[in-house]
Write a protein that binds this ligand. Structure first.
Ligand SMILES: [Zn+2]
Length: 99
């Protein structure tokens, strides 16, 4: 795998780490954070499908070796909605001809 490439914990797709949402188990507090902080990390595509799989199969907890609270999934859902890659797609679909 190339440097700075990561793998989605749900679909196992490999991409530059900037393309993923990052969930971090902070060191040394073991709190779960999103996108920033140092510690054990899990990567997830900014796609609802991957978030659903991660949640259903409890992949985040397993990868991070820490319980992932409901609030983290809620925050991820929000991030997903506002993620630049996702937004660009939605704009393309929603407003084809407005000017
Ligand atoms: Zn994925």
């Amino acid at each position: 795998m190339l440097p700075n490439y990561r793998r989605c914990i749900s679909c196992r797709k490999v991409a530059p780490k900037e393309a993923f949402l990052r969930v971090v188990r902070l060191y040394p507090s073991h709190e779960i954070a999103l996108n920033q902080g140092m510690g054990r990390s899990a990567y997830l595509c900014p796609q609802s499908g991957c978030l659903q799989i991660a949640r259903k199969k409890d992949r985040l907890s397993r990868v991070l070796k820490a319980p992932v609270p409901e609030s983290v999934y809620q925050a991820l859902t929000q991030q997903l909605e506002s993620h630049p890659l996702v937004k660009r797609q939605q704009l393309g679909n929603d407003r084809p001809t407005i000017e």
